[in-house]
Design a protein around this ligand. Structure first.
Ligand code: ZN
Length: 102
């Protein structure tokens, strides 16, 4: 339900790619509870790679720092799906809630 272009500080160059981005991130998110049941880590990494490629294709950028930085999907230490930018220190958003967490 969350469009990443609505996240604080995130700009998406090609919004026509947003439905695909959303689908791929929701796929990743749906896999996370199953990680406890032994879904292979390589499957999750592949799904994260697809999401990451789509974000790059759509020119999704974090504008909270200068110059704008790329954004990648990762899992945090609690196993939540987050989007993290390449600024130093990085900005971060919880994908599920859309809230900025860093
Ligand atoms: Zn940033």
């Amino acid at each position: 339900m969350t469009e990443i272009s609505e996240f604080e500080g995130v700009e998406v160059g090609d919004v026509t790619a947003e439905p695909l981005i959303k689908q791929s991130l929701q796929l990743v998110q749906s896999m996370l509870p199953d990680m406890l049941l032994g879904v292979s880590k390589s499957t999750l990494i592949a799904a994260l790679g697809i999401s990451s490629s789509l974000l790059a294709m759509a020119s999704a950028k974090c504008k909270l720092g200068a110059p704008p930085a790329d954004i990648s999907p990762v899992t945090d230490s609690s196993g939540n799906l987050v989007l993290r930018c390449e600024h130093s220190p990085p900005h971060e958003w919880n994908y599920g809630s859309g809230a900025r967490t860093s």
